[in-house]
Design a protein around this ligand. Structure first.
Ligand SMILES: *[C@@H]1O[C@H](CO)[C@@H](O)[C@H](O)[C@H]1NC(C)=O
Ligand SMILES: *[C@@H]1O[C@H](CO)[C@@H](O)[C@H](O)[C@H]1NC(C)=O
Ligand SMILES: *[C@@H]1O[C@H](CO)[C@@H](O)[C@H](O)[C@H]1NC(C)=O
Ligand SMILES: *[C@@H]1O[C@H](CO)[C@@H](O)[C@H](O)[C@H]1NC(C)=O
Ligand SMILES: *[C@@H]1O[C@H](CO)[C@@H](O)[C@H](O)[C@H]1NC(C)=O
Length: 381
């Protein structure tokens, strides 16, 4: 759904003039240090190799049907039954359970219910306001229902067939090897905590469509091998650039195994896939429109608040969720440039995603196609 997805696509791929101006305005007015490109040059050194023992620690295991969060919520406009049908199939194939949080049409919102305006940005009637409201409803749902942690997804994403292994491993890394939180020598301190992903985060990002790193704190990251990680060459440009130019991962590091980086969250873009803790949901609602005002689309607000240290957590690069594109007006529910395209595309079967090792969308046909009569040809009774 996401304005944000669309926005990033505009920025990165299509480059619609209006959105570039909008995006740069929002970014420059917030980040004094400049645009994304700047963050990729830094001289911060990280200390040497870790010294640690992993005795008495369970091995990583696949995550459960809610990917080791209490629930999985997904946001979809009520009329996008095409996307909802697809997600039902994908969830069934992956063995995961998710709950629909309906997307919000901004024309259904009363002006009195809107957050107060920040920086003179009038968002009344804008798709970005509806998008914010849908995410705010997801946070509110968590708060009202005592949900300790939830993964929040949008409806136009792709993931890997081994998504449970990917999340199980990340969960293990965050709980048993969180060198950002404890330092390299003290990761044991996290072992006795109850929360699957550790107990210290507001937000976890694994569905960003671009990312700004904190170039002053490049020490706050670690690299780990993930057999289900995608090849560097298959990644979206921004993600490949972050891996190679910021984290210095090269194809030499791989030797058959794939690498992922966990870093302290700083500037993720897009809200296609992220998790929040209950406290994180409260902090988001408080800081972003539910108590304080709103001056930009929800992903930028989250980015700014994280940049300012009001929200914190961990980001996975390359991300586990990437956008699935059909090429046509079905690709957005809120971007006028995409919506005015008369071409509805040729359907889900011909869509594409990048940066997923074994796409679950492409895998659907392998599981569901059959031909009874061909299979019976040699079975003469
Ligand atoms: C990556 O390599 C550059 C050049 O050697 C170095 O300055 C930088 O600190 C390295 N980045 C990290 C995260 O280690
Ligand atoms: C999966 O694990 C999480 C975290 O332990 C838990 O809250 C959730 O209830 C589990 N999901 C299911 C379906 O059992
Ligand atoms: C904001 O925009 C809406 C719709 O364009 C308009 O009706 C409203 O008067 C504007 N509000 C302010 C405070 O400018
Ligand atoms: C734990 O993190 C360190 C970096 O802080 C990394 O070098 C090491 O490979 C990780 N351990 C495992 C088992 O992944
Ligand atoms: C990757 O390999 C290169 C060259 O061997 C090395 O300089 C770099 O530190 C390695 N990076 C990581 C993240 O292991």
């Amino acid at each position: 759904m996401a304005v944000l997805t669309a926005q990033a696509i505009r920025m990165i791929q299509i480059g619609g003039a209006c959105s570039i101006v909008l995006f740069l305005f929002y970014s420059l007015s917030h980040f004094k240090s400049g645009s994304f490109g700047d963050s990729f040059s830094s001289n911060v050194n990280i200390p040497g190799a870790p010294v640690m023992s992993f005795k008495n620690v369970p091995k990583p295991k696949p995550a459960n049907s809610t990917l080791d969060f209490q629930e999985i919520l997904y946001i979809s406009m009520p009329w996008r039954t095409d996307r909802q049908d697809a997600l039902s199939l994908l969830a069934a194939i992956s063995g995961i359970k998710m709950k629909l949080i309906p997307g919000i049409n901004p024309s259904d919102m009363h002006v009195k219910g809107e957050p107060h305006m920040l920086n003179g940005q009038n968002m009344t009637g804008s798709p970005a306001l509806g998008c914010w409201r849908a995410h705010a409803n997801a946070w509110k749902y968590m708060i009202d229902n005592d949900i300790e942690s939830a993964l929040i997804l949008e409806d136009d994403i792709d993931w890997d067939v081994n998504i449970k292994e990917i999340f199980g491993l990340w969960q293990w890394q965050l709980k048993y090897n969180n060198t950002i939180r404890w330092g390299r020598e003290n990761v044991k301190k996290g072992w006795k905590e109850d929360c699957p992903y550790g107990c210290d985060w507001d937000e976890l990002w694994m569905g960003q469509c671009n990312n700004k790193v904190n170039k002053n704190r490049l020490d706050l990251h670690w690299t780990y091998e993930d057999p289900n990680g995608p090849d560097l060459d298959s990644l979206h440009d921004w993600s490949k650039k972050e891996m190679t130019q910021v984290w210095n991962v090269t194809s030499d590091n791989r030797s058959g195994n794939q690498m992922r980086v966990t870093s302290a969250t700083y500037g993720p873009l897009c809200t296609m896939g992220y998790a929040v803790s209950r406290m994180g949901a409260m902090r988001m609602l408080y800081n972003i429109g539910g108590w304080k005002g709103l001056g930009s689309p929800v992903d930028l607000e989250i980015q700014y608040k994280t940049n300012d240290g009001l929200l914190s957590g961990y980001t996975m690069t390359p991300p586990a969720f990437t956008v699935w594109r059909l090429g046509g007006n079905k690709d957005s529910d809120n971007d006028p440039n995409i919506e005015k395209n008369n071409n509805a595309g040729t359907g889900n079967e011909n869509g594409e995603s990048k940066g997923i090792k074994h796409s679950v969308r492409k895998h659907l046909s392998e599981v569901l196609e059959k031909n009874y009569w061909r299979d019976m040809e040699n079975e003469i009774r």
